[in-house]
Design a protein around this ligand. Structure first.
Ligand code: 5AD
Length: 362
């Protein structure tokens, strides 16, 4: 027994070193790696390596995306989400095409070269309407990247939107464990379909983003291992990961929020697992911790997503309680954000910030 102890304690370190040197990670490796959480030596090792890797590919650049939350209607009922369809208290809104284009205009003027159209799964947005919106925006701003984040759709729909000009797509997988997925989402949502969507998006040439909440109800070390295995397999170009935060009108109102520390630990792991990944320091992280954004950058994040939605609608895009929307995460607070990022030793840049493709060999 006494002989075994040091070996057990060294397992997380070996797993962290294996990850940092770019090796394929087994289930066992990820399990050991997660056992190193809260061991300051492992946390520091991972953060240091994550920052080194990010710097190697992206220098000190932090990319900016202008987030436009264009509809909060949603036909789904995800148990954690404040804009779930069954929440009668949610005040619903849907921006008009004119309003959306106005957000883009303001964003472009501020210097943004990526717009993210995010919304609930709003049946109003048929393929035709969505494609029309994409064409309008890409027609008006051909030098900008357009990211969609409008949930699960058919291959055909994703194809039409890609043809219309969409460049990127964010669709968090939320959890890669089937039972956990069921605990978070009622039917008809299924993990299989979520994975199918992500595969379709990648196959269609979208820069694709997956990701999960940290500390969602029912999440365990095992489900997180599934998430990491899934990310390793999918190799998304972007990963959105923030702490779970309860919303008062949901079934999970009384659940505790996710841990900022664990989120940071996982951000470092994801940076090492997918060295060129575009990894935002999320609004949820900034909501739970006033220094969340800087802390995210210090473990390998390299994207921020200020809010470009009209001010009057912002409080209604109410995914979780106390979601910040008027400080530095708002486009108007941009100068402040730039200062804070510069003070942390990084440079906020406005370029499109595409995924850095690996050089093809031979
Ligand atoms: N806490 C944190 N993140 C949430 N999201 C939805 N509800 C919550 C919540 N209560 C996240 C989901 C979704 C993204 C748009 O917001 O991961 O994919």
């Amino acid at each position: 027994m006494t002989e075994e102890k040091p070996i057990v304690r060294e397992a997380p370190r070996s797993a962290a070193e294996k990850l940092a040197s770019g090796h394929f990670m087994t289930r066992q490796d990820f399990t050991e790696l997660l056992a190193g959480f809260q061991d300051p030596r492992i946390t520091e090792l991972l953060a240091g390596e994550a920052v080194r890797v990010r710097k190697k590919y992206y220098g000190t650049k932090v990319f900016t995306r202008g987030l436009i939350e264009f509809t909060n209607y949603c036909k789904n009922n995800c148990y954690y989400c404040g804009i779930r369809g069954a929440n009668r208290s949610a005040v619903r809104y849907r921006l008009t095409k004119k309003e959306i284009l106005e957000c883009c205009r303001e964003g472009y003027w501020l210097g943004f070269r990526t717009f993210v159209l995010q919304g609930g799964e709003d049946p109003f947005y048929t393929d035709e309407r969505m494609a029309d919106l994409v064409r309008e925006i890409k027609g008006a701003y051909p030098d900008c990247a357009l990211t969609l984040s409008v949930g699960e759709r058919s291959y055909e729909s994703y194809r039409l939107l890609r043809e219309a000009g969409a460049d990127r797509y964010l669709l968090r997988h939320e959890t890669a464990d089937r039972e956990h997925y069921r605990l978070l989402h009622p039917e008809p949502l299924t993990l299989d379909n979520r994975k199918r969507c992500l595969m379709d998006l990648k196959a269609l040439g979208y820069q694709t983003g997956a990701g999960m909440m940290v500390g969602s109800p029912g999440q365990t070390r095992e489900t997180l291992v599934e998430d990491l295995l899934f990310l390793q397999e999918l190799r998304p170009q972007m990963v959105g990961m923030g702490p779970f935060i309860p919303h008062h009108d949901t079934c999970f109102a009384k659940e505790p929020a996710g841990s900022v520390e664990l989120t940071l630990y996982l951000l470092a792991i994801v940076r090492l697992l997918l060295p060129r990944v575009l990894l935002p320091a999320t609004t949820a992280l900034g909501t739970l911790d006033p220094l969340g954004r800087e802390k995210g950058l210090a473990v390998g994040a390299n994207v921020v997503m200020p809010n470009l939605s009209p001010r009057r609608n912002r409080k209604n895009y109410d995914l979780y309680d106390n979601k910040i929307c008027t400080g530095e995460e708002a486009a108007e607070g941009f100068r402040n954000l730039r200062c804070r990022i510069a003070a942390a030793g990084y440079e906020l840049v406005m370029e499109r910030g595409d995924y850095l493709e690996e050089e093809t060999k031979g």
